[in-house]
Design a protein around this ligand. Structure first.
Ligand SMILES: Cc1ncc(C[n+]2csc(CCOP(=O)(O)OP(=O)(O)O)c2C)c(N)n1
Ligand SMILES: [Mg+2]
Length: 287
């Protein structure tokens, strides 16, 4: 990929992080950690990989995105708003009664949300059904799923993984956001599924491991899917929870962040610093 294209995606991911901060400010709290760790994955999907039309969210030929880990909804709202599915002013209603953007995504309230999620461990089953249905319709559309690494502790995922392999769902591509933390601690201490690549492989999937903050890796691997003929694909994305916030990166306390005013100030400064770095990179390319 061209350096300019990558920089452009990095700038969009920064805007998405700014939108996440705006949501947290509005709601005074939210699931920040897992939203921030997956900002690059959603940016790559919505700005490079997926065929979607913000003006026509129900377009039959669209690719589908299922946010299986529904508590990561801040990153979905932030991305859909950035992409123009709805007005950014809606972000300021987060936490309000009757908001169109509740604590877990609701397809009946917001255009662009494909299915309701929030109870972990159900998105993969739903996505498998979508992928099978699309194949029966001879649709070229693909189904993308974002799962949390802690979410994998739900047994229902592994039944869905077996079914997807049995049905040879080549049009199904799953990301596992391996930020190594879940709600109460390190995933390896709460429910250890490592080595995760071997586990997925044994369930009949094609597997790749990437740096989940690296656009070339995200886009490059997705473009190679299916990784193995007749198999669904999973990309294990190594990420940092709360990526971008100096005081919160890799800390379990920010899984759900009740934001203090001084933390919000620091978060703004951190994102301003990222912007400065990106501006410097842009100037370098220009020379
Ligand atoms: C069925 C179910 N059990 C428990 C929860 C509570 N819960 C919300 S987030 C979370 C941890 C998820 O961790 P992970 O999937 O690693 O997400 P991330 O690190 O990206 O935030 C849990 C247990 C839930 N939403 N659904
Ligand atoms: Mg996690």
């Amino acid at each position: 990929m061209d350096r300019r294209e990558i920089l452009n995606l990095e700038l969009i991911a920064l805007n998405i992080r700014r939108n996440i901060l705006r949501l947290i400010r509005a709601g005074e709290a939210g699931h920040a950690g897992g939203a921030l760790s997956s900002a690059e994955i959603l940016t790559a999907l919505y700005y490079n990989l997926m065929k979607v039309d913000p003006g026509n969210p129900g377009w039959t030929l669209r690719d589908r995105f299922v946010l299986s880990a529904g508590h990561k909804c801040l990153v979905l709202y932030a991305t859909l708003a950035e992409k123009g599915f709805f007005d950014k002013s809606v972000l300021d209603t987060y936490g309000a009664l009757d908001s169109r953007i509740p604590g877990h995504p609701n397809m009946h309230k917001l255009p662009g949300v494909e299915t309701n999620t929030g109870a972990l461990g159900h998105g993969l089953s739903i996505a498998g059904g979508m992928a099978l249905g699309l194949r029966l319709d001879r649709s070229p559309a693909k189904v993308y799923v974002l799962m949390g690494d802690g979410e994998l502790a739900e047994g229902s995922n592994w039944e869905a993984a077996s079914a997807a392999a049995m049905h040879r769902l080549e049009n199904l591509i799953v990301f596992v956001d391996r930020n190594k933390l879940q709600i109460s601690g390190p995933t390896t201490e709460v429910m250890n599924y490592e080595p995760l690549d071997q586990r997925w492989r044994s369930f009949g999937w094609g597997v790749r491991i990437i740096d989940g903050h690296d656009f070339e890796a995200i886009i490059g691997r997705v473009n190679e899917a299916p990784f193995e003929k007749g198999k669904p694909s999973v990309i294990i994305a190594d990420t940092v929870k709360s990526k971008g916030l100096s005081f919160a990166e890799g800390r379990v306390d920010y899984h759900y962040w009740k934001a203090k005013p001084e933390e919000l100030k620091q978060a703004e400064l951190d994102l301003d610093n990222i912007e400065k770095q990106l501006t410097a990179k842009t100037e370098n390319i220009g020379q």
